[in-house]
Design a protein around this ligand. Structure first.
Ligand code: FES
Length: 106
């Protein structure tokens, strides 16, 4: 279990508990009003779970796979140094305390 510090699209901050081994997508979708849509349910095919991860945490993540990067590059607000699909990030002890911001709706 680890903590996630999330800034939503209104600029409001939330602290979420996420179990190790779970993707970040479910709590972002289920526990924050207006959090993310996650239309494809975590299949890495919609990009509606886009988040910006703060630099110090971004560096700790496994690199983006080609399909994730391709989807992100197709979004209007892609930022190379922070954009991730939250369905592709799996919680672990190393990510406890991670800070991220929900990307604007496209
Ligand atoms: S939920 Fe669709 S790409 Fe992440």
């Amino acid at each position: 279990m680890g903590k996630l510090h999330v800034t939503d699209r209104n600029g409001d901050e939330h602290e979420l508990e996420v179990s190790n081994g779970s993707s970040l997508m479910e709590p972002l979708r289920d526990e924050i009003d207006g959090g993310i849509e996650a239309l494809c349910g975590g299949m890495c095919s919609c990009a509606t779970c886009h988040v910006f991860v703060e630099a110090e945490w971004f560096a700790k993540l496994d690199p983006r796979q080609d399909d994730e990067l391709e989807l992100l590059e197709g979004t209007e607000c892609f930022e190379d140094g922070s954009s991730r699909l939250s369905c592709q990030i799996i919680m672990s002890d190393e990510l406890d305390g991670m800070r991220l911001t929900v990307a604007p709706e496209e």
